[in-house]
Design a binder for this molecule. Structure first.
Ligand SMILES: [Zn+2]
Length: 82
């Protein structure tokens, strides 16, 4: 088997990238859900609930951003993109 075929096979099988991508998708979904909840509760939530949802959505946004960075860093270092 030619070297480039082996490399291709390795790329397709990058388990770490698969895991990081799953974490990123999960974090993005969590963030979307909290944003949706926050919008639906807008104007009807108590001050405490509003603050909680605001804090939770900021946390979720940060988590999604960090997951994206981890994924990008891995792909750059490992060159396992496509
Ligand atoms: Zn990789």
């Amino acid at each position: 088997m030619a070297i480039h075929m082996l490399r291709r096979w390795h790329i397709l099988m990058c388990n770490e990238r698969f895991i990081l991508l799953g974490e990123y998708n999960s974090a993005t979904a969590d963030y979307a859900q909290i944003v949706d909840q926050r919008q639906r509760r807008m104007g009807v939530s108590s001050k405490a609930e509003y603050e909680h949802l605001k804090y939770a959505s900021e946390n979720a946004r940060t988590a999604a951003e960090l997951a994206r960075i981890r994924l990008e860093e891995h792909v750059t270092m490992h060159e396992c993109d496509s």
